[in-house]
Design a protein around this ligand. Structure first.
Ligand code: SAM
Ligand code: SF4
Length: 329
């Protein structure tokens, strides 16, 4: 099992399939993009499936989420999903995507046994979308969402980051839209994980701001904390139900004490926290023909060293070198 010294067990694996992306969200990447990983540095499809197999069969992982960068840019995505779905015990399989290209791939992903998708969408306004992502692809994302729901990737969750003075007036509109389209909306507080290191706590839109804004139009009742479990989103029942809205308050209400995550980067490094400053290299082990047990043991050691919390409030907090897109959000 992937235990740490604070008694937490990691059962939820985030796998980054690529560091590349076709958007340039201002809170994530600079306009010019980043220095992408070279092909030899990326784990191959076989290496990814092997690591997921070790995680599932030897280390107690029960959920696997594919992310990036933009995971739909990975040519072997469908095959990777299909092979992971054949593992015993079968993990739950989900994908976090910006939705571009989902229109073409949703049915194949469902057929490959993907269970769920989270699609990131920050605004209902095409001009604001262009300002936030530096690309004119709003309509593609909406079509991708539609295709995901039609393909039966249920429930379709929508992730939204609010930026001050850009889209922070849209929370109630986004919730009304999500209810109408049967998407489950979750707001994510902006975290200090942008490549440009431009994050500022002052002025960021907090969970408190988001809830106050939503309450101007909706009645929100907190869902019981037992229903939250280790899920990072705190959820509220909207207008008596059945709809829910989530808020992931990583900055103002961190959920580190219940964290059950372990992360694998596209170049085969284990990170025991989004904000970790150290990584553990599994790729070199894989490529030196190490047996599964040696890989599993290195992974256990990586997780054993997990810190109690992300440390955002420590005066000496230092943002990790890798940005969100290279870690896998
Ligand atoms: N490209 C895919 C997408 O956008 O869904 C997957 C990777 S992206 C890094 C995963 C999630 O992280 C997205 O929902 C995105 O909005 C979120 N994200 C990126 N940078 C962030 C930041 N600085 N703070 C909070 N969330 C962030
Ligand atoms: Fe790309 Fe996702 Fe980062 Fe936006 S948040 S730039 S879609 S990786």
């Amino acid at each position: 099992m992937l235990m740490d010294t604070f008694g937490r067990q990691a059962t939820d694996l985030r796998v980054s399939l690529t560091d590349r992306c076709n958007l340039r969200c201002t809170y994530c990447m600079p306009e010019e993009g980043l220095q992408w990983l070279g092909k030899p540095d990326l784990l191959t499809d076989d290496e990814i499936v092997r690591l997921v197999r070790i995680a599932v069969t030897d280390l107690g992982v029960t959920e696997v989420r594919f992310t990036g960068g933009e995971p739909l840019l990975r040519p072997g995505l469908t095959g990777i999903v299909e092979r992971c779905a054949e593992l015993t015990p079968r993990p739950k399989l989900s994908l976090t995507t910006n939705g571009i290209g989902l229109e073409r791939t949703a049915t194949a992903l469902k057929a490959a046994s993907l269970d769920r998708v989270n699609v990131s969408l920050d605004t209902l306004r095409p001009d604001v979308f262009q300002r936030m992502t530096r690309r004119k692809r709003h309509a593609d994302v909406l079509r991708g969402l539609d295709a995901a729901r039609s393909a039966g990737l249920d429930p379709v969750k929508v992730n939204t980051v609010l930026m001050p003075g850009v889209n922070d007036d849209e929370a109630p509109d986004l919730l009304a839209w999500a209810i109408e389209h049967h998407y489950e909306l979750r707001f994510i507080e902006q975290m200090p994980l942008d490549a440009q290191h431009g994050w500022q706590r002052e002025g960021m839109i907090t969970a408190g701001d988001i809830l106050a804004s939503l309450r101007t139009r909706f009645e929100l009742t907190p869902e019981g904390s037992e229903e939250r479990g280790s899920a990072p989103a705190e959820r509220w029942i909207v207008d008596g139900g059945p709809h829910r809205v989530g808020v992931i308050a990583s900055v103002t209400r961190p959920f580190c004490r219940a964290c059950d995550r372990t992360r694998l980067t596209a170049d085969g490094q284990i990170r025991n926290c989004l904000f970790a400053r150290e990584e553990t290299d599994l790729r070199a082990l894989l490529r030196s023909d190490a047996p599964d047990e040696a890989v599993a043991q290195r992974w256990r050691e990586a997780m054993w060293g997990k810190k109690a919390g992300a440390g955002l409030d420590d005066p000496d907090f230092v943002q990790p070198d890798r940005p969100m897109s290279a870690i896998g959000g």
